[in-house]
Ligand binder design. Structure first.
Ligand SMILES: *Cc1c(COP(=O)(O)O)cnc(C)c1O
Length: 394
């Protein structure tokens, strides 16, 4: 019997899933830098445009390299369909606008990536979509926010930058009881450690820029879900508004997936060690890491995540101390990406979250002393030494 890739181990899916060889029999996936495709006859062109025959038409609709990336990520996620987009933000934008129309209402966890908040607070209202922000850890708040016209829920879990965790299954039940779809931004957990669809979510989005590339090269994004919903909500908007992922970036991300499991697990081992060093240091007032038993939502994490991930957040008490910490680092970079092979740390209040009004920052507990660190693949001993020294200087 032929092997069904859906029965493969995660590692095998990541290396071989979605592989579609050309007649040359290449071992490394081919990069198809082609916008268009030729048809054998006018009738064949007609059949392909009519959707009666499979095959590619135009890069904005699909491309063989991009499809290999989509199929591999879908196989990893356990989703029927994946559609790649040019960035994580195009994935979030399409994921929301494909589900919503004028007069609809959205409920969103209030701790969100800055650009996601801009889409919700500034952009969607122009098209008549209103949003209620909630404390994503409070199930009653999700329930109370529902209105008769609520059509979608959005949550990031763990959330940026303080790693707040939401009970995805419970929120999915509330969404479904209200006739709404739950969209989960799963960037921080990665598809290695959390499967929102299996927990009850309808749609998962990724910034593939983060761990899936993981080597700081390209932007990319993805939307995943069941075939019927993906077709109904997203097929046309993806074709006609043009957020297609370039085949070159698809190829980079496809190769990134091959090592995703290895990288994320090693980063997580390093992050656990670094988090312990930070938590034990007198300068840190609070350390938040999803792999530590003192995480505020540790019980939920135990139910829905299989690893702590590579991001650690810690409070040094003041902006001055946080900046001294960053300036004293010798190996770790001061930078705002995450999931990269190289460790990096950032001061959210003055970088990623600077456009968030102070009152809203305080609502999510983000004061001036917090530092967010994305732990990479360097030696754990070197990272621990660099972080300890910088904490001494803070
Ligand atoms: C980075 C990020 C995004 C946006 O992704 P881009 O690829 O930068 O457009 C969205 N959500 C989360 C949680 C992110 O970390």
């Amino acid at each position: 019997m032929a092997e069904d890739p859906r029965d493969w181990d995660v590692e095998t899916r990541l290396v071989r899933g979605g592989m579609a060889r050309s007649p040359y029999g290449e071992i490394s996936e081919a990069l198809f830098l082609t916008q268009s495709f030729a048809y054998d006859s006018a009738a064949a062109a007609n059949a392909r445009f009519a959707g009666d025959e499979p095959g590619f038409i135009y890069q904005r609709f699909g491309n063989p390299t991009t499809q290999m990336f989509e199929d591999r990520l879908a196989l990893l996620e356990g989703a029927e369909v994946c559609r790649a987009t040019a960035s994580g933000m195009s994935a979030v934008h399409v994921a929301l606008t494909g589900l919503l129309k004028a007069g609809d209402h959205l409920v969103a966890g209030r701790a969100l990536f800055g650009s996601c908040r801009w889409i919700i607070s500034e952009w969607l209202p122009r098209f008549g979509v209103e949003t209620t922000y909630v404390d994503a850890t409070d199930l009653e708040a999700w329930k109370n926010a529902v209105r008769p016209n609520t059509r979608a829920f959005l949550v990031e879990s763990p959330a940026n930058p303080l790693l707040e965790v939401t009970a995805i299954g419970a929120v999915a039940e509330i969404a479904h009881a209200a006739g709404a779809r739950l969209v989960v931004d799963n960037v921080f957990a990665t598809p290695i450690f959390q499967k929102p669809l299996a927990l009850g979510a309808d749609i998962v989005v990724y910034s593939a820029t983060k761990h899936i590339d993981g080597q700081g090269r390209v932007l990319g994004g993805a939307i995943l879900g069941a075939e019927a919903l993906m077709t109904e909500a997203y097929k046309d908007i993806l074709r006609h508004t043009g957020p297609a992922l370039s085949p070159f970036n698809s190829w980079v991300l496809l190769k990134g997936l091959e090592t995703l499991d290895l990288r994320v697990r090693r980063q997580t081992d390093n992050a656990a060690k670094v988090a312990d060093v930070i938590a034990a240091h007198a300068k840190s007032r609070q350390t938040i890491y999803c792999g530590r038993p003192d995480h505020p939502q540790a019980a939920i994490i135990a139910n829905q995540m299989t690893g702590g991930g590579n991001v650690v957040a810690f409070d040094l008490g003041s902006r001055e101390a946080a900046w001294k910490f960053l300036d004293a680092l010798q190996i770790v970079d001061i930078s705002n990406n995450l999931g990269d092979a190289k460790s990096m740390a950032t001061h959210p209040c003055t970088t990623t979250h600077r456009s968030m009004p102070e009152a809203e920052r305080l609502e999510i507990g983000l004061t001036e002393g917090w530092v967010r660190m994305s732990v990479g693949l360097e030696g754990a001993g070197d990272l621990s030494r660099d972080v300890s020294r910088a904490l001494d200087a803070a």
